[in-house]
Design a protein around this ligand. Structure first.
Ligand SMILES: N[C@@H](CCC(=O)N[C@@H](CS)C(=O)NCC(=O)O)C(=O)O
Length: 228
């Protein structure tokens, strides 16, 4: 979103796992109320992690902003053009609905599928892809982190089938948004930026990558996060 608006920035990478503590060191406050749910419900362990602090986190001067949605609105106020939110109220409502669904439902679904997928079965073992290396640039750390998934994200083998079954209807929804012009139009909007990363994460599973490529959703993820 920063690049889309042409705002210069410095990227600070925080080590996965200890990043909530590092955020505190950078004087970010953490999220007072839970921002993530699993299957529509908050979870004690997840709520604790949310309270500790989540990325993405953005600092400008003394202002510190966290969560995708707050960051998008902050950037829109900071520099209105190119707009992330459509001016026409009905279209804006549709885009914000898609953004909320991406944040509340799709992101967690994609994350749980990815965390339940053994690294060896991922394209390039998760060492590279549309989102770069997953979890860590170090292979040893990646393997370690993939085995220490917090409980609420974990999926047993039966559960993985359920998680995978839920994906095609979500891809249908993305395709429908694209068909309706809510996503992937002439001007990219906040929902495009909310949805593409989760599609990109799913693409680390070869069969889902093939499925997404066959769909309109493939054009969205290729446009924002192409295969390296
Ligand atoms: N949709 C959320 C995503 C936040 C999120 O889930 N961040 C994760 C990394 S992708 C995090 O920092 N988790 C902290 C932890 O689990 O310890 C947002 O708007 O910021």
């Amino acid at each position: 979103m920063l690049e889309h608006k042409g705002i210069a920035y410095r990227l600070v990478r925080l080590t996965t796992g200890v990043h909530p503590l590092l955020l505190r060191a950078h004087r970010f406050a953490g999220n007072r109320t839970p921002i993530r749910t699993v299957d529509g419900a908050t979870h004690r362990q997840l709520a604790l992690l949310d309270r500790l602090g989540t990325v993405p986190a953005l600092r400008l001067g003394a202002e510190r902003i966290q969560t995708n949605r707050a960051i998008a609105r902050f950037l829109e106020r900071l520099q209105p053009q190119p707009a992330l939110f459509p001016a026409e109220p009905e279209r804006r409502r549709e885009v914000e609905d898609a953004e909320r669904w991406a944040d509340d439902v799709l992101q967690m679904a994609a994350r749980r599928v990815a965390l339940a997928t053994p690294l060896q079965t991922m394209t390039r073992q998760g060492a590279d892809g549309r989102l770069g290396p997953l979890l860590s640039r170090s292979g040893v750390m990646r393997a370690l982190l993939s085995h220490t998934t917090p409980k609420p994200f974990r999926a047993g083998s039966r559960n993985l089938d359920a998680l995978l079954t839920a994906i095609p209807p979500m891809l249908d929804r993305v395709d429908a948004y694209i068909g309706d012009g809510v996503l992937c139009g002439g001007e990219l909007n906040v929902a495009d930026f909310a949805i593409a990363p989760s599609l990109a994460l799913l693409c680390y599973r070869p069969e889902l990558s093939a499925e997404i490529s066959r769909r309109p959703a493939g054009a969205l993820v290729d446009r924002l996060l192409p295969e390296p």
